[in-house]
Ligand binder design. Structure first.
Ligand SMILES: Cc1cc2nc3c(=O)[nH]c(=O)nc-3n(C[C@H](O)[C@H](O)[C@H](O)COP(=O)(O)OP(=O)(O)OC[C@H]3O[C@@H](n4cnc5c(N)ncnc54)[C@H](O)[C@@H]3O)c2cc1C
Length: 394
């Protein structure tokens, strides 16, 4: 391994590959780029996730989006609220497609390299850079962008919940579900806490279905049981009821996402935590794709500038307004206080807000008037109580 680089990106997942792709895109071919070394622990890629998001802003992966839904809905019993925005569809990108696109971009630049199967350890300041200890020896870099998953010390569990989900892509005889509509939440009754099914029709014979619930402690044996057994069985029963027994499994995905405000680690101005580790994921929704693209574009611009000026330093991008962060924290507090009421809140919120307000709010780009509309759409009592409790505890 070459012992020096300008920029080390630790982890080649969504954030690491997005930053690299943005950087390639903003460096003209005739201009030399900074030396960028991506260090990734995995030896092999697996198609272990899909990213869904409202496609509102330009990003390097537009060409490889595989599905778009102009309509979305939420359901609870026989209630259904549906909204439509055909200009900015709810869109799906598979992990494999994103990675292929990023690898192709990286391959166009000799200054970029990706090393797989390397385990990054500690990072320590050195003269003119940071030293990175790895399973394949040491490396010194002028800048370090760290996208490895957050350590538990960065996750204040008492300020949020874990979003626990299991998803399956299935093949079946004609399912009859309209291909234009993504079902974001179909709330399920008779289970403890909030449970919902997320359903994306991929074509006439294929569906992506996920069962989601929340838990307060990822390390608790109950949470592990939910993930390894209970949710997969519940999802399978739900599919049997909906499709009969004629479906076959083609792919699975599983997650346990921290819906809480992450505290990113700080070292010095040459080090930046990014991705989930940097707090880029929206705590109240578990969505990260849109804010990740904004963050990646900002970080890539800073790297580009640093390589031209020789001032090697980074500042964290500002991804969400303080007002949005406050609202998300109030929402998480309310969810912890009264989880059983959440399906009713969501139905009311979707009923009382427009497609554009929902899309911009959930897609991480709300204007002030969208935030006001969202506040008006939520029941005052539980949210005032949550806001009061949050203020008292802070
Ligand atoms: C199944 C699933 C579905 C999701 N769906 C959506 C969605 O639809 N929409 C959305 O917006 N968000 C979604 N998310 C949330 C979020 O967008 C993803 O988790 C996203 O991958 C986070 O990006 P990241 O770069 O922070 O982390 P990752 O993509 O996980 O990348 C971190 C990388 O660091 C590597 N790494 C770890 N330790 C080391 C080490 N010691 N040394 C070197 N490398 C290391 C890992 O192998 C990994 O490749 C989903 C998450 C999951 C798990």
């Amino acid at each position: 391994m070459h012992p020096y680089t300008d920029v080390a990106i630790l982890g080649a997942g969504l954030a690491g590959l997005s930053i690299a792709s943005w950087l390639v895109g903003m460096t003209p071919q005739h201009v030399s780029a900074p030396r960028v070394h991506l260090l990734e622990a995995r030896q092999e890629d697996t198609n272990d996730r899909t990213w869904c998001f409202w496609d509102q802003q330009p990003h390097p992966f537009r060409e490889v989006i595989s599905h778009r839904w102009p309509r979305w809905q939420v359901r609870f019993g026989n209630q259904c609220v549906e909204r439509e925005d055909s200009e900015h569809c709810y869109s799906l990108l598979s992990a494999n497609a994103m990675r292929r696109s990023a690898y192709a971009a990286i391959a166009t630049r000799p200054e970029f390299r990706l090393t797989r199967g390397i385990d990054v350890g500690t990072i320590s300041p050195q003269n003119d850079g940071l030293h990175i200890a790895t399973s394949q020896g040491g490396l010194t870099s002028k800048l370090v962008i760290d996208t490895r998953p957050p350590d538990t010390t960065m996750l204040p569990s008492h300020r949020g919940v874990w979003q626990v989900f299991h998803g399956v892509e299935v093949h079946c005889p004609e399912h009859g579900i309209p291909l234009s509509t993504a079902c974001l939440m179909d709330f399920q009754t008779g289970f403890s806490g909030v449970n919902f099914v997320y359903l994306l029709p991929l074509d006439d014979h294929r569906l992506l279905a996920e069962w989601t619930c929340f838990h307060s402690d990822k390390t608790h044996p109950d949470c592990q049981r939910l993930l390894s057994r209970q949710i997969p069985v519940q999802l399978s029963d739900w599919l049997n009821q909906r499709l009969g027994s004629q479906w076959t499994l083609s792919r699975q995905e599983t997650g346990c996402l921290p819906m809480m405000p992450v505290t990113p680690p700080q070292l010095n101005s040459r080090y930046l935590a990014a991705g989930i580790r940097g707090g880029w994921m929206r705590p109240a929704t578990g969505y990260m794709f849109a804010s990740c693209q904004r963050g990646a574009a900002d970080v890539a611009r800073q790297v580009h500038q640093a390589s031209q000026t020789g001032r090697w330093q980074l500042t964290p991008p500002l991804l969400r307004s303080p007002a949005l962060e406050w609202m998300d924290n109030v929402f998480l507090q309310a969810l912890r206080q009264s989880p059983e009421q959440a399906p009713g809140w969501f139905m009311q919120l979707f009923e009382q807000t427009s497609a554009i307000e929902q899309r911009r709010f959930l897609g991480d780009e709300p204007r002030l008037r969208d935030l006001l509309a969202i506040m008006r759409g939520l029941p005052a009592g539980p949210f005032l109580s949550a806001a009061f409790r949050l203020t008292r505890n802070s």
